[in-house]
Design a protein around this ligand. Sequence first.
Ligand code: ADP
Ligand code: MG
Length: 378
Amino acid sequence: MAQNILPGATLGVLGGGQLGRMFCVAARTMGYQLVVLDPDAESPAGRIADHHIQADYADQSALDELARRCDAITTEFENVPAQSLRYLAERTQVHPAARALEIAQNRNHEKSYAAAAGLLPVPNAPVMERADIAAAIEHTGLPAILKSATLGYDGKGQIVVDSAERAIRAFDSLGGVECVLEKKVDLAAEVSAIVCRNANGETACFPVAENRHRNGILYQSIVPARVEASVSAMAQRQALALADELEYIGVLAVEFFVARDGALYFNEMAPRPHNSGHYTKDACVTSQFEQQVRMMCGLRPGDTRLTSPVVMVNLLGDLWQPDWTTLANEPGAKLHLYGKSQARPGRKMGHFNSLACDVETALKVADRVYAELARPRH
Ligand code: ADP
Ligand code: MG
């Protein structure tokens, strides 16, 4: 049995964005001390931690300090250099492991890893150079989506292409970096399964979320997902299979496409809590952030039961400054703001969860409240 790390101990997190902040809030509520490493003086998590080490993720003396202060370390961000995690892991406990991050950092690696674990990635082919494009299109068909293999998020680094010429231009405009070409799936729905696993191999699964995107950015997560129960069950099984295959310790999010022909395709994974799991903060017995604490501390998974139908709505910088009157007065709406001082279009500033006795009502309230927030102010 892994040793429990108990309240009173100090936990560290690499990355100080909103995911790190919500992790810190959960951990602090449970009685842990928090240290955040993030280069940004104004990082949302750094501002609320007991201690903020303001340095680059590869800064050796900063990593030494983090390791010295912390009983266990996790990450909120998959693009932390794997080398930094390895360095920390020689000094203290680090979960998830560098290897899981390395796989998730590259779309080509994660797709082949998922396939080996028995999941079904969207038909795809790596594109390392222009000369790979013709054969890749043979494999995916058109239209297809060219994505940079690394560093993409919120739909960035993705271009839809409908001919070989366009694919070549897209490849050049992405800077000629390693890419993947994917079949553009005719989507019936998008769902995500968030699972957790501890050092003893104990696992749990949150209810599957149905995700709606706008401009490649998550807009709403609806739970329970309005897909066949067999589809949700398969997504959960596959996410757990991936966690087991990775001997993963932590919270793992897996995004899937449900195609109109019924196929369940693996899209991508995130080795951390996920935007589509923010509903768990108000609508599950255990939130995904508490679960992250529990996993890194060697505790048993918390109860993942859904306590209410829920719709999570992301609040992007495009809305700023919103008029909060309607949302703040809505009995079933729970607002979460990330404490970011600068609002920019597309930047995730916060979210709200709309809870109701059924999903249709939660959705109606969410849409009504959102329309008020988005209404131009005079
Ligand atoms: P990100 O890292 O930006 O989340 P994703 O690969 O998940 O990148 O793409 C973002 C969104 O773009 C997806 O959630 C989906 O709505 C759409 N998308 C991406 N790839 C495909 C595809 N192959 N077919 C159809 N839609 C896609
Ligand atoms: Mg995604």
